[in-house]
Structure formats: C-alpha cells, structure tokens
Design a protein around this ligand. Sequence first.
Ligand SMILES: [Fe+2]
Length: 368
Amino acid sequence: MKIIARGLNANRRWFLKKALATAGATTAGGYLLADDDGRRLSKGDAAMLRFAAAAEILEADFWIQYNELGGIPDPEVPGGTGNPIYTAKLKNLDEDFDQYIHDNTDDEITHFKFLNAYLMSKGAAPANLDQFRMLTGSTATGSSGKPRLTNLMRLTLDTSWWTRYRSSANNPDLDPNFVFPQAVPGLHSGQFTAIPRNNADLSPDTHIQAIANTAAFHMPTIEQGGNSLYPSMAQRASSSEVLRILLSIGPTETMHFQTWADKAGNAVSTPLAPLTDLTNGLTFPDLNSSPFGGETYQTNLIMPEPCPFLNRGLPACSIIRPTETKGVAMGAVKFLSAMGLFLGQPNSFFELLRDLASEADAAKRNDD
Ligand SMILES: [Fe+2]
C-alpha cells in the first residue's frame, strides 16, 4: 500500500485519512498517509515514534506511581494523595524531590500524548498498552490503588551508568565487552522495592530510607536509558520533522538523568551514607570514602567525563554514551525487562514490546 497525498483534492485526502485512522492504519509496507503538504511518514519513522511512545507510556506509568506516593498530586498529574513518611525520606535526598518527581511525571505524560497524537495526525497507528494495565501496585497510604503497567517493587538495578559516565578511557560503543563497575553493587544483586509496598514498609527507619534511596538510583538508571535511546534512533530518521521530534524530546531525558544523578549522589554520601537496610542487608556505601572516591565514584561529579568517541584516533569528547543505533530498541526492551520493571506481565506483553522494538530497529534512514 503506497498512498501519497500530493495531488489529491482535499475531500479525497480527508477520506483517505479517515479510512486509515479507522482501519488502525496497518503498515503493510510503504507509506502511511501524508499531511496536507504532501510530507509523508515512512513506515520506519512511524515505527520509531511508536516504539518511543510505548516507552513513554511505560515511563509515565511508573512515574505516576512515584508521584502518587512521593510527588505532588495536582491537575497536571492527578492520582494519589502522597505518603508523608516516604516523601520525607525522599526529601532527605533533596528538599525539592517531590517537585522534581511531579515535573518528570508531567514530562513523560506529555511525551507519549504528543507522540501518539503526531502518529495519528499522519494517519499512523499510535502505541496502546492499555490491555496490560493490570498489575497490582502499592497499597501504602497515598496510593490510588489503580492497576499498573509497571512493577516498582522488585527492581534489580544496573548502576554502572555511574562509572560509565566517569570513564575517560572506555566508551560502551567502542568497548562493548568492557564491564563498568557498579556504584551500588547491592542494587544489582537482588530484588528491591523503590516504593513502600504497603504501610508495613514505612518502618524501621533504615528500611524506608533504603527504599527512597533505591528510587533515587532507579530514576537516573531509567532516564540515562532514554538519554541514549533518542539520539540512537534519530540517526535513522528519514523525515526532518521526525528527526526534530527525536532531537527535541531526547535532551529532556538527559535533563532528567542529570538531575537524578545528583540526587542519587546524596544517597551515597554523608550524612545519609553509609546506610544498611536492617531488614534485608541492602547497603548504600559512602562513595567518597575508601575504597571508593576519586573520579570513578566521587559524588559531586555529575558532568560526563570526556571519553573516546567514534575512534581512538580522534580527541576525547564529552558525549552521551552509548549511541550505537543498531538494535537500540530491542536493547531498551531487554534492559527494562532485566530490571524487573515488568514482572507479572504475561508473555503477550513482552511479545508486543519485542514486535514494536523490531519494527523500530528495522527503520532505515532515507526509507522510501
Ligand atoms: Fe520521556
């Protein structure tokens, strides 16, 4: 099916748009319907935006859970009433923590709404995960109790982004087998909740602080993924407008990442660190003290260290990393799945995510 709007009269264009939207705009090869200026959305561009929209729906789902318990419920981010004890522990990391949760949540909601609206404006199918919104979330005071898409209660966090962005010698794109050390090894070797699962999680003190600290590491762990996903996909955008969308949303993920990296630093420095959750042994070390410290761990280093980029014959450069475009969407699905973010979802959920990812990864620049 190859439909090009240019040359069609207005009524004909309207009819085709409506027909495609009604049919769910299946992408059986070739172009989807164009806008009134004749600009077309290629199958690959639509697939990349649709994968991004799905990722943003998933992000929005867990950010809403954070906002219900530790953010600021309001008309921009409705739902929940806040949990004072959890919120106080988050505020030990930064007094503006609740505001930042609110604003990050609002951002993600606007990302998926915009991406889906843009897709539909071009006659392309949006991302829709509603049928999988059925996980049970927190029952602690403040939670709305709504069914969820994502699970924040059994997370295994890869905290190696901390050292990846401080390495001046290694870049995952040039050294795919290099193992960057974990900042908080405990978070990478077990399953931990980032929100109070119920009111029993609100004490003892070290337990609920460790839960808040887990959130403070989960947030940058997620956002650094978005920070890589967008520039990685942008390299294969065919339309300059789709390129503009990817280049305009991606850096907001970067802004989130750096903000949260700074908050995570407060969980692994004095006066909060070292801290051990007496209920499960999860430990947040003081990363400014021996055997840590130095450029690899020092907690107030939140800017990216310059590293090799493209090839080692060129000077080091301060960059987002990784940005390898091949297989990036499937890599994101694997990363989020390994984190435990979807524990409890059925196989059909993972199949849908893999389908969306493989279509996005098949997109080629100058697709036509
Ligand atoms: Fe986002």
